[in-house]
Design a protein around this ligand. Sequence first.
Ligand code: SRM
Ligand code: SF4
Length: 562
Amino acid sequence: MAGPSGVERVKAESRGLRGAIASELADDTSPQVTEATYGLLKFHGTYEQHDRDTATALKQAGREKDWQFMVRVRIPAGRLTAAQYLALDHLAARHGNGTLRVTTRQTIQFHGIAKRDLRDTIAFIDHTLLTTFATCGDVARNVMATPAPVKDRVHGMLEESARMLSSALLPRTRAHHAIFIAGQDDGADGEDEPLYGPTYLPRKFKIGLAHPADNSIDVLANDLGLVAEVEGGAISGWIVCVGGGHGMTHNKPRTYPRLASPVGRVDHADLLTAVEAVVKLARDFGDRTDRKRARLKYVVDDFGADWVKDRLAERFGRRMDDPPPLPRFTIPDHLGWHAEGDGRWWLGLPVPSGRIADTEGARLMSALRSVIARFDLSPILTPQQDILLSGVREEEKATVEAMLRTAGIAFAEDRSPLARWALACPALPTCGLALTEAERVREPMVAALEAVLHRHGLEGERISVRITGCPNGCARPYAGDIGIVGRMPGFYALYVGGDFEGTRLSFKLADKVAEAGIAAALAPLFARFAAEREAGEGFGDFCHRLGRDALLASDPAKLAAD
Ligand code: SRM
Ligand code: SF4
C-alpha cells in the first residue's frame, strides 16, 4: 500500500507551518524558495510562480526565470470596507503588477510580487484586518456566500455565518503571526490544532453558503455546500451538501468533477458543529497517499452516502435530520443598480475576468479608487468575478455613474448577456498549471461567440461560458452552459449540457478544438437551439435534452479531431 505523500511529511515536520520559511525569505541570494517552503507558503496565502511569457527567452539567454509570487486574501462573503479596498489598491501598485484580480471565490489576488516584498505585502494586508492566512493549502479556504448586499435578516445571517465560519476555521498555529507580522520565526515546535491535527487536511477544503433563491456561488461545487432554509424572515437551518468539486485531469477517469450531495439538515444554532463534523470527515478519510484523489468528493463516492451519514453522526454527536429536497435554484443578475432595502443602492459593475486594471480605453482601477474613496462605498466581490459598489445614496447615484462613465467603464447594459456572464481563470502567464490561455483570450472568444449567436437571433440569450487554461476547473467550467477547457497549447475541450443554475454537470462534446474554431464548433448547436428549443429552455438544458450523440450529428466535421 502506498504511504503518505511527500506533502504529508512536509506538513508533519513543519512545526505548525513554520518550516524554513523565515530563513528562506530572509535569504536575498535567491529569488526562489525550496520545494518544501513552496508547499508551506501556500498555507500562508502565497504561491511561487514565474512569468511564463518570458521564460523561454530568459532560458535561451542563460538567465533565471522571472520568479514572482501570487498572494491571495481571505475575504469572507467577498465583503470589503472602503478602507480595506483602498489599502489593497495601494498595495497592488506598491508591490504587485499594478492590478487586482477578483477571483471566482470572492477574493482578491495580487500577482507579480517579488520574494523580497512578500513579507511586507502579507503584513500590510494583515494590518487592514484582512489576512492571507489559510487562503491556499490543505485547510478550509475562503468561505463564500451570496453576494447581494440586501439589508434583510436572511442576507445578514448569510454574511455573519460566512465571517463566523471563516474565523472559526482558521488554524491555531501562531506561525503566520510570528513570520509575517512579528517578522521572525519564534522557534516554537508547533501548537495544538484541535480541528485539523498535526498534518492539517489531506487537501484543500471549500465551503459556500447559498441563499435558497440565489445560487450565484455555485454552492454544489464546494466540498461543503450549505443551503439556507428560511422561516419567518430568518435562517432556521441549513441543508448540508458534501463532496462537490471540479478538479480533474484529462484522460484520467478516476478524477472527475462532482456536485455535492445533500446528506443532512441541521438547525442554524448547530452550524459550526456541523461544519466541523464535515471538516473532520475530510481530515480522517481523505486519501493522504494520492493528492489527485484526496478531496472529500472521492470519499463520498468510494464509501457511499449511508456510510458518510454514519461517520458524520459520530462527529456531529447525533444523526443529522434527513435533508429535504433542494429548493429550485435561480441566479439573479447582481449587475446594474439595485435597491439595498435601507434607502441605499448598490451598483454592480462587470469586471472582465475579474482583472481590475487601468487600460487605454477604460481606467477601471483609478475610477473604482475615486468613487470608493469619495463616497465611502463598500465593495463586494462576486463569484462571477465582478464588483458590487454598495452603500450609494440616492443623491450620489448620478455622480457615481458619471465618474465611472468618464473613465470609460462599460456598464452591464453595454455588454451582451454572454459577456456579462462569461468567466475566465488567470491561466497564462502566471499559472504554472496552465496548458492554454484563458483570461487573455476571453474577450476574443466572447466576441466570436457573440457574432455566431447574433446570426441566429440569440444575442439576447443568457448563456454562461466558462473558460479555463486547464482541467482543474478554477472558473467552474463543468457547471453552466458552456465549458471551454484548456487541453493542449492552442486547443480546448468543449463541454456543454450543464445548467445556468449550477445543478447539473456538463458533458464533453469534443476533446481538442482549435482556439480559432470554437465559435464554428458551437455554431451548429446554436442553430439547432434557435430552431428546436422548447419554451423557456436554456442552452445547457437544450444540449442536455438532446445528448452528446444527437449534438455531434449536428455537424460532426466542425467538432472533428476528437
Ligand atoms: Fe484554482 C490551483 C486560481 C478557484 C480548482 N487555482 C490553482 C492555482 C493556485 C494554480 C496552482 O496550483 O499552481 C491557480 C493560480 C493561478 C494564478 O496565476 O492566479 C488557481 N482558482 C484560481 C482562481 C484565482 C481562478 C479565478 O479565475 O478566479 C480562483 C481563486 C479562488 C479563491 O479565491 O480561493 C480559483 N480553483 C478554483 C475553483 C472554483 C471554486 O472553488 O469555486 C476550483 C474548482 C473547484 C474545486 O476546488 O474543485 C479550483 N485550482 C483548482 C484545482 C483543482 C483541485 C482538485 O481537486 O483537483 C487546482 C490544482 C490543485 O489544487 O492541485 C487549482
Ligand atoms: Fe491555472 Fe488551470 Fe486554474 Fe486556470 S484552471 S488558474 S490554468 S489551475
